[in-house]
Design a protein around this ligand. Structure first.
Ligand SMILES: Cc1ncc(COP(=O)(O)O)c(C=O)c1O
Length: 380
């Protein structure tokens, strides 16, 4: 009965043809389609070097691991190297940092933007900090000028997790071109889908070399086989995934336009409800990516679990606004944080949800979503 699903993928004829070619090539691990995908992806946003990997999570892990070639020292102790990250984001952000061998040092977010609060970053910087991992949550760019200023002042690298923000712009410049590396996901809910998949993009040739080596077991490229210079892993994308992904590039800007229009249409239709909730608005001078439609209640009395059930019962598939990784997810209990340390993230974790805004929704569907939101809020 679901009327508004979180994502909806339809393979084009091109994708089907590519897939068949990849299979018939008998070269289904990383091959020509991966190379083509890397080139065409880079051309979309002016990213010079693009390293396709197996997922957005893999992209975050590979990006973090490259710090061991840049400014981090290998150690058996996680806490010898720290990466600053927002307390609230999709959980892959925190787990990737730990998987890569770092201690995540969480910083609270801003409730209205869902992004890291730059004014709270400097207090968390220590001699062990190696990077800031900024996440453009729900397609809304972080305050990159402030983040870059802090990073430069403290000599830190910046990784932009852009998994929810393909094609977004901050102050006229594509996200991903602000920091040292940007990571993306090609999972089905995102603007380009390759089944599973991801990429790390960078404009720095030296970093690109490390990333390419890490995704392939830390190999030394162009040397005798089985010569490993660093701790890497198998994060490779296969050619069947790239065959699908590369076809989606052809209508990326069409997808981008439609999804942005969908979010903006719904924001316009629900303007009168902004007294009840924060929606994912666009800041002046920026261009958001239409990742999802986010609703964070302005007062807990508007009751998130009731809203969640109401929307679900009416065919709108909902997801919680992630929650605070350090204090609302058992997975991070070992870090020893206490509930109350990240009040904004915890508030959003308790009072926010989002639903899909994919390109196959009709105006009717969007009108329906607006109608249901009005029905809920006008009856509380
Ligand atoms: C911010 C963020 N980072 C990382 C990921 C992980 O991507 P994947 O699901 O491709 O592993 C996601 C996935 O949605 C995400 O939203």
């Amino acid at each position: 009965m679901k009327r508004i699903k979180f994502g909806d993928v339809r393979l084009s004829k091109n994708a089907e043809d590519n897939l068949l070619t990849a299979v018939k090539n008998n070269w289904i691990t990383s091959g020509p389609f991966v190379k083509e995908f890397e080139k065409k992806w880079g051309e979309l946003f002016d990213y010079k070097y693009n390293i396709m990997v197996n997922s957005g999570t893999g992209a975050d892990i590979v990006a973090c691991k490259s710090l061991f070639d840049l400014n981090a020292k290998r150690s058996l102790n996680l806490s010898d190297n720290e990466i600053i990250a927002p307390a609230l984001a999709f959980v892959a952000v925190g787990t990737a940092i730990v998987d890569a061998g770092f201690k995540p040092v969480f910083v609270d977010i801003k409730r209205e933007t869902l992004n890291i609060d730059p004014d709270k970053i400097e207090d968390k910087i220590t001699p062990k900090t190696r990077a800031i991992l900024a996440v453009h949550t729900m397609g809304r760019p972080c305050e990159m000028d402030k983040i870059m200023e802090i990073a430069r002042k403290h000599n830190l690298y910046v990784i932009e997790d852009s998994c929810e923000a393909h094609g977004a712009k901050y102050k006229g410049k594509f996200i991903g071109n602000w920091g040292d590396m940007a990571t993306f996901s090609f999972y089905s809910a995102h603007l380009i889908c390759s089944g599973e998949g991801g990429v790390v993009s960078t404009n720095n040739e030296r970093i690109a070399y490390f990333l390419a080596s890490i995704k392939n077991h830390g190999r030394k490229p162009n040397d005798i086989y089985f010569q490993h210079d660093r701790i890497g892993g198998n994060y490779k994308m296969n050619d069947m995934e790239a065959a699908i992904g590369v076809a989606a590039i052809q209508d990326f800007w069409e997808t981008f336009r439609i999804r942005r229009e969908n979010v903006n249409y719904l924001i316009e239709k629900t303007k009168d409800l902004q007294k009840y909730a924060y929606f994912n608005l666009e800041d002046a001078g920026n261009e958001n990516c239409g990742h999802a439609f986010s609703v964070t209640l302005k007062d807990p009395k508007y009751n998130l679990s009731k809203l969640y059930s109401f929307l679900e019962q009416n065919g709108i598939e909902c997801k919680r606004n992630f929650g605070s990784m350090p204090t609302q997810h058992k997975a991070f209990e070992f870090l020893g944080h206490k509930l109350g340390e990240f009040p904004e993230s915890e508030y959003v974790g308790d009072n926010g949800l989002h639903f899909g805004i994919h390109r196959y929704l009709s105006r009717d569907d969007l009108d329906y979503a607006s109608e249901k939101l009005h029905e809920y809020f006008n009856n509380i």
